[in-house]
Design a protein around this ligand. Structure first.
Ligand SMILES: [Zn+2]
Ligand SMILES: [Zn+2]
Length: 254
């Protein structure tokens, strides 16, 4: 029995390997996520998730954290690798960092009914939220002690993402693929760990203004006709989140 079982596992592994080397992985990434029946419709916009479920208190979102589009940061052997040169965010001449994209097993647990926190917890380094394609959002710092992103700008790929040394691809700023290819500048882009949604840099055709210290404000949106607090990405610091989470954050593991 044991032998049969391990043969089956081996076969599965082999077919997976064959699949990823012979097929364009975009097909895999574009598969519709498994969405629980009790999950509010807005979460199915997270098209990069493999599954989205609810326990009535938290929404659990599983993603690999890898972008579905071509990037200079995929290993050159990957079908999604594409060379890139020229300028990137801020007019910097692109300089590739030495890292390549790896796949993770992210589990984001975010409150189903986000509420404002009494004490606004600071964001930490690493994933602070999830964007619609499953790639994590990071905060406005490049490292400990609030080190600014300045030296990182030049390493953002053509859609303004880059990987960490262990291959974790992420966005510190506007996820340009979502705001220019997949949707537009005023679209829903994802959620921070406190469950509040993140929107693009524009509203009614103009750059959004008047955000609070957490980088958001409250009003009705297409996804939340009754109104909700939401963050907006902007083109200057702090980009996604200001001085900590507006609500009480859930958890993320990878
Ligand atoms: Zn970074
Ligand atoms: Zn708004």
């Amino acid at each position: 029995m044991k032998l049969i079982k391990s043969t089956a596992v081996l076969f599965t592994l082999l077919s997976m390997a064959a699949c990823s080397s012979s097929e364009d992985t975009t097909t895999e990434e574009n598969e519709v996520p498994e969405v629980g029946t009790d999950v509010p419709a807005v979460y199915s916009k997270i098209y990069g998730a493999s599954s989205i479920t609810s326990d009535g208190t938290y929404i659990t979102i599983k993603t690999s954290g890898t972008p579905e589009y071509k990037s200079v940061y995929y290993p050159t052997t990957n079908a999604l690798y594409e060379d890139f040169s020229g300028t990137t965010y801020g007019g910097y001449t692109f300089r590739k960092n030495p890292n390549t994209i790896s796949s993770f097993e992210f589990t984001f647990k975010i409150p189903l009914n986000p509420v404002v926190a009494t004490n606004h917890r600071a964001t930490s380094l690493g994933a602070i939220g999830v964007s619609l394609n499953g790639v994590p959002f990071f905060n406005q710092y490049a490292g400990p002690n609030e080190q600014p992103l300045t030296d990182e700008f030049q390493s953002f790929d053509k859609y303004w993402g880059h990987p960490t040394a262990n291959g974790m691809f992420h966005y510190h700023i506007e996820p340009l693929y979502l705001t220019t290819v997949k949707a537009d500048k005023s679209a829903l882009l994802g959620f921070l760990l406190d469950g509040f949604p993140v929107y693009g840099p524009e509203e009614n055709g103009a750059d959004v203004t008047g955000l609070d210290m957490y980088h958001g404000h409250s009003h009705a949106t297409a996804d939340y006709p009754d109104g909700i607090y939401h963050y907006h990405v902007t083109n200057s610091a702090p980009y996604i989140n200001g001085n900590g989470f507006y609500g009480t954050p859930g958890t993320v593991s990878q």
